[in-house]
Design a protein around this ligand. Sequence first.
Ligand code: CU
Length: 141
Amino acid sequence: MKLKNLFIILLICVISFNFPLKVEANIDFETVNISLGNTQGELKFIPNQFDFKAGQKYKLILDNPSPEKHYFTAKDFADASWTQKVQAGKVEIKGAIHELELKPEGNAEWVFIPEKQGIYQLYCSIKGHKEAGMTGKITIN
Ligand SMILES: [Cu+2]
């Protein structure tokens, strides 16, 4: 086989292997943003209602713009989902997750696939925050 032919075959391989991967990366997951509190220090999740589709991959971007720390606590929802990873700063955590603590101005990304249909509760587990309205509803359809 001539070297030129070999090169063309290699090139075709590279194109056909790379192209579908790149396309997949773009449609791989849906991005959803959530704020834990706001700069005014209000005790709420923004937004506080989520509708997820079972089997679809999501990247939940959590942000705490408030002056105090908050928790994203949704244990039953976490149990009903498969977690690929949680990324915060330069650290990536693989495996199950139940609760995320976000310090003031902290942020994190949670990549997961909801699996079990149902309606799940979300709240902040800091004393008094749930009572003050820091709650939310997550639905898996
Ligand atoms: Cu809170």
